[in-house]
Design a protein around this ligand. Sequence first.
Ligand SMILES: Nc1nc2c(ncn2[C@@H]2O[C@H](COP(=O)(O)OP(=O)(O)OP(=O)(O)O)[C@@H](O)[C@H]2O)c(=O)[nH]1
Ligand SMILES: [Mg+2]
Length: 259
Amino acid sequence: EGDRVMVAKGGSGGSFHSAFEPSKGQAKHIRLDLKLIADLGLVGFPNAGKSSLLTAMSNATPQIASYAFTTLKPEIGKLMYEDYKQISVADLPGLIEGAHINKGMGHKFLKHMERTKQLLFVVDVCGFQLASKTEFRSAFEAVQLLTKELELYKEELVSKPALLVVNKMDLPEAKDKLQELEEQLQNPDKFSDLLPDDMIPKRYMTFRHVVPVSATTRFGIDQLKRCIRESLDEDAAMATKAIHQERLQALRLPSHGHL
Ligand SMILES: Nc1nc2c(ncn2[C@@H]2O[C@H](COP(=O)(O)OP(=O)(O)OP(=O)(O)O)[C@@H](O)[C@H]2O)c(=O)[nH]1
Ligand SMILES: [Mg+2]
């Protein structure tokens, strides 16, 4: 932020020696790739309620529907806080198993995850089934499969700070399912045996917060906003500390040319 780069040099102005004729500057075609699109990116299977969640939390009005792949391109929502702080959240299209080999336009969607500071996993507390032919996945399995898809696409993605949103807490049996999920997350190795071996992540995701919500009733939404803020503030504070330490280090080093 605030960096200056010269990509094309201007020509020198005309002077007495050039008969006041200026020389030409450089001309270049430049393609810029926007790397950071939002503070947080929503990661989830289709229908988990990512767009509903963004609507409940922010000023965004994404399309919401009861079929998979409602969201086809990223949309940004802004979370507003009382002290005027704003946090941007990208609503991304749902991932499916095999996204890393580009199933369901996986790459196009996964590449946006690279461009966010933190990840917000969203799962349906009652699990998910894409189609009658595909397997039913519990919330716990959804978390592991999403982690694996990220890992297979780009391993660094899995080391980003992450929060887990357990959505649809208004559904019957949600409380029991949440308890089950929390137990499973405590001891992921013990509960991963239903997944195919090659879909078990190398490293389980550790979530800074696990937040149960209902995007429909708004239960837990304020708590979620607080957790998001806390998590981003934590990283910002660490980054500032690192910069200070670097500067201090530089001051302590003897400067060149001194005896
Ligand atoms: N009962 C209940 N239903 C919800 C909740 N949140 C979302 N839904 C419903 O779940 C369906 C999917 O919601 P979306 O917000 O479109 O889901 P999405 O994750 O954005 O889906 P894609 O864009 O297809 O990836 C819709 O029918 C929503 O009304 C919730 O908290 N409770
Ligand atoms: Mg959506």
